[in-house]
Design a protein around this ligand. Sequence first.
Ligand code: HEM
Length: 394
Amino acid sequence: MSRRTLSPERPVENVPVPETQEEALRLERPSLRDWTDLRLGWWGFVRKNLDEPMPPGVGWWQTLGNLLLTLLLFQFVTGFALAMYYAPSPSSAYHSVKHLTETVPLGSFVRGLHMWGSGAIVVTVVLHILRVFYWGSYKKPRELTWVFGVLIFNVVLGFSFTGYLLPWDQKAYWATVVGTRIAATVPFVGPDLLRLIRGGEEVGALTLTRFYAIHVMLLPASLVVLTGLHLYLVRRLHIAGPVLPQKGKPVPFFPVQLFRDAIVVLVGLGIVVYLALAFPPAIEAMADPAGTDFTPRPEWYFLGLYELLKIVPQGYEVLATVVIPGLISLGMLFLPWLDRSPSRHPAMRASIILAGTFVSLTIGLMTLKGVIETPPPHHPPAAKAEAPTPDGTP
Ligand code: HEM
């Protein structure tokens, strides 16, 4: 039986006019599904999305966006579960996380899902950006889809940076001491910015409160708004086909592309679940602001930045902390206007492709170097990591 979606928008004054006897019966005695459809237009919305046209040549690379969406939803769920046990103050944060990890049933697993989920999001978001970059999909008319994407990327990094402090163990504390110090190298306003972020001269109770508020309120709200705008534009402008248009007609999203998405989502979630079970999250000794023999170990995706910091000559730290990351961020944000060639073919935009590949490879290799050279937990290092101390504070 073919079921037309009942739409209250068609007829005058939002009262649907039945076209067949079957429809008249459905309007008179609607099933729960029809009743909700009439009120919410839900099935029409679902139908529209399932029918979304996919140009020929769209395939596995276009599954990364929906994988990201699913991983983000999971992050909200596991984050909410963690927040039910977490107490954001220096005297209780550490103990609440330790209690959750060691005593609460499934606590360690949920914490592991949240921790490995955040890593998976960073990997997926980078792959998604690279796919869009090499396909030239940021070009007209999708400039704003890209710009909202770049903002989302920064929000994702913000989540990692603020979340890292929350367990309030040695690793969390010292990574944040070094990480926030970067703010102090900003010309003119550096020291004030550092105080604003830390809520004082040193990393302490106010830093934890601020990071927690940003992590659970500001960033989630920004992410929801930005992702909503991003997805709205993806649907409005439709997905770009391959660089060289392929023969054939567009096919609906359902069933082929949805099937690919489902497989990638299942594999992605499977990997996160496996990692959470096989490598449960650790908690180190409680943060000790007086201790000086701890080597800061930031989250792996910030290690490239730390490597950069190590190679710039003393006195020029601002290059590694502000100038180079700032130029890369601005370059990303304005990419659609920097690359004005109408063609999406890589050969027709060789300079942009070369520049993007050079930057990506450099960041990748420096991150790898950082991962290899960073001492594992519980092994006291030979020397402490160098980091700028413009104001002489920890
Ligand atoms: C919360 C994170 C994100 C989500 C949930 C998301 C979701 C999606 C989805 C579902 C698509 C369509 C399918 C696909 O191409 O994979 C898409 C396309 C796109 N995304 Fe994202 N995305 C995110 C982050 C980003 C970032 C960080 C960028 C760039 C910096 C970006 C730029 C784009 C562009 C330009 C398109 C259009 C691609 C085309 O038409 O071929 N997205 N995104």
